[in-house]
Every structure is written in structure tokens, then in C-alpha cells.
Ligand binder design. Structure first.
Ligand code: ZN
Length: 130
């Protein structure tokens, strides 16, 4: 069960990227021109689903970012809808493994990392966690 407030603001935190109607590829972050078709591309907005799997990760023990509790995990996540994104993964470093299922969760506004690798207030947790 999701708290009601979470449902209400869900839209704002959805992952929105670009979909090329010419070649059927999708991209994140959004682009104006498809890197595959270039000028022939016909781009529209697409909202990705919440689930994907970890294809690689690193555990960060030390960084300039004093607002992040350490260690934390930065993972490359392949969304079920296609694109690969980089995001914080919230779980124990002992727990994370390549191929594990993850899902996107709400991230408190105003806590984005300064490193540029955490997008749009989004982070991920293991898919089977509460
Ligand atoms: Zn294309």
C-alpha cells in the first residue's frame, strides 16, 4: 500500500524521456534529436515505468557531498522500458548485486546530489522491499 500523499505527487517524479517514433528507441535524459536517426527522427515524450534491473554499481565510501550518508550505492539501472539510467540505489552494500530487480521511489525534494549523477529527485530500492 502506498501512502496517499505519494500517489498524489507521483506524476512529478516520473521518469520522462524521449521516444523516437522513427526507430523505436527511447532515451533518458530526454533529447531533441535521436542519436540513432539524427535529423530524420520524430521525437515524442515518453514516461518510463518504475522497474528495472541493476547492470552495474559502485559503492561510494568517500565523496565531497557531505549531504549524502555514506557509504551509498550508485547504480546503472536498465529500465524495463529500455534506457539505462544512473541513480542512487538505497540498500545495504552487502545486498546489492548485478541483475537485481529494483524500482523507483519518491525522493525527498531538495536532496539531490551535487555530483550530477542523481536525476530529478529519483532513487531506487530493491524491488521486493517495502
Ligand atoms: Zn531514431
Amino acid at each position: 500500500m502506498l501512502p496517499r500523499f505519494w500517489r498524489k505527487i507521483k506524476y512529478r517524479y516520473d521518469l520522462v524521456g524521449s521516444y523516437c517514433e522513427n526507430c523505436g528507441r527511447s532515451f533518458y535524459p530526454p533529447r531533441n534529436v535521436c542519436p540513432n536517426c539524427r535529423r530524420k527522427s520524430n521525437i515524442r515524450e515518453i514516461r518510463f515505468g518504475d522497474c528495472g534491473k541493476v547492470i552495474s554499481y559502485s559503492v561510494v565510501h568517500d565523496s565531497e557531498n557531505t549531504r549524502m550518508r555514506k557509504p551509498y550505492i550508485v547504480a546503472m539501472i536498465k529500465l524495463d522500458d529500455g534506457p539505462v539510467i544512473t541513480s542512487q540505489l538505497v540498500c545495504s552494500p552487502d545486498e546489492v548485486q548485478t541483475g537485481m530487480r529494483v524500482r523507483k521511489v519518491f525522493r525527498k525534494y531538495g536532496e539531490e546530489g551535487e555530483s550530477g549523477i542523481i536525476y530529478y529527485g529519483t532513487k531506487f530500492v530493491p524491488a521486493d522491499s517495502e
